[in-house]
Design a protein around this ligand. Structure first.
Ligand code: CP
Length: 312
């Protein structure tokens, strides 16, 4: 495969290959080999039109650990402020030699458009409310490390599913991997087409907690949360937030996940986020291994862009 735009691009074999590769790379890093020569001579461009902490930094760390050169582009401070389009920005960066372009953009579908314009591999690092496939891969990697194979595991995803690219990518990937997914949200925070998603739906968090191996809390996107979706953030927190009392209803082996950034005290209580069941910090660390695997699998077999340009 040349690009990673959607979690639906991955067959079960593809997804398992990424997870197995991530595991091998994590083992190598655990043996204090900080840098592998695999992508020497390749260039990865991080093209970020939206803010990010975890995704941007972990893609940079992943590319550098594989010895790739990294160009970080942030729309803020660039010629995008003068009206330069995504296509022209991408072609400009490609002219400098990009083997892989990692893109985060506020518009759903931007990575798909980009893939039609550039020669290199495109990796979706989050597009609007559409998808965030590498988040789903690092989440699956984290679940597998904690709980073993995902076939038949019961994963509950809670919160603002309507606006969540993390939820969509996770539902698609977890279904591919054979997990049994339930989304829990108020009806106003579910997409109209939720019936077409490969998951069950519940409006009652307390009833699904005892049947969950994994509970994944989504960020309340406060910038979008108004009275049309839910009366108040406090009421949302009371009905759909995970506090210590609710966490106690989970089976003993169950883990608590959150993609970050978190609103402590809103969708997740601070003591829950910091508890031994929480994998939130592990998810960030695992993000580097999962992204190394994606970059390695997409880029290691191709001819470097710089070499290609020189020979044309
Ligand atoms: N989970 C996630 O995508 O975080 P960032 O927005 O900080 O990259």
């Amino acid at each position: 495969k040349r690009h990673l735009i959607s979690a639906a691009d991955l067959t079960k074999d593809d997804a398992l290959l990424v997870l197995d590769t991530a595991e091998e790379l994590a083992q190598v890093a655990g043996r204090s080999i900080k840098k592998l020569p695999t992508l020497r001579g390749r260039t990865v461009v991080n093209l970020f039109f939206e803010d990010s902490t975890r995704t941007r930094i972990s893609f940079e760390a992943a590319a550098k650990r594989l010895s790739a050169d990294v160009i970080n582009f942030s729309a803020k401070g660039s010629s995008v402020s003068k009206g330069e389009s995504l296509k022209d920005t991408a072609l400009t960066l490609e002219a400098m030699g990009a083997d892989g372009v990692v893109i985060r953009h506020g518009a759903s579908g931007a990575p798909h458009r980009l893939a039609g314009w550039v020669q290199g591999s495109v990796v979706n690092a989050g597009d609007g409310t559409h998808e965030h496939p590498t988040q789903a891969l690092l989440d699956a990697f984290t679940m597998r490390r904690r709980l073993g194979e995902l076939e038949g595991r019961r994963v509950t995803i809670v919160g603002d599913v309507l606006h969540s690219r993390v939820a969509r990518s996770n539902v698609l990937l977890l279904d591919t991997l054979g997990a049994d997914v339930t989304v829990v949200a108020p009806p106003t925070l579910l997409p109209v087409a939720i019936d077409t998603w490969p998951c069950s739906v519940s409006y009652d968090l307390d009833s699904v907690l005892p049947k969950s191996d994994v509970i994944m809390m989504l960020r309340v996107q406060q910038e979008r949360m108004n009275a049309a979706y839910f009366p108040t953030v406090r009421e949302y927190s009371r009905r759909y937030g995970l506090d210590g009392e609710r966490m106690a209803q989970l089976p003993e082996h169950a883990i608590v996940m959150h993609p970050g950034p978190m609103n402590r005290g809103v969708e997740i209580a601070a003591d829950v986020a910091d508890s031994a069941r929480s994998t939130i910090v592990e998810q960030v660390a695992n993000g580097v291994s999962a992204r190394m695997a994606v970059l390695y699998l997409l880029l290691s077999g191709s001819e470097p862009a710089i070499g290609k340009a020189a020979s044309e």
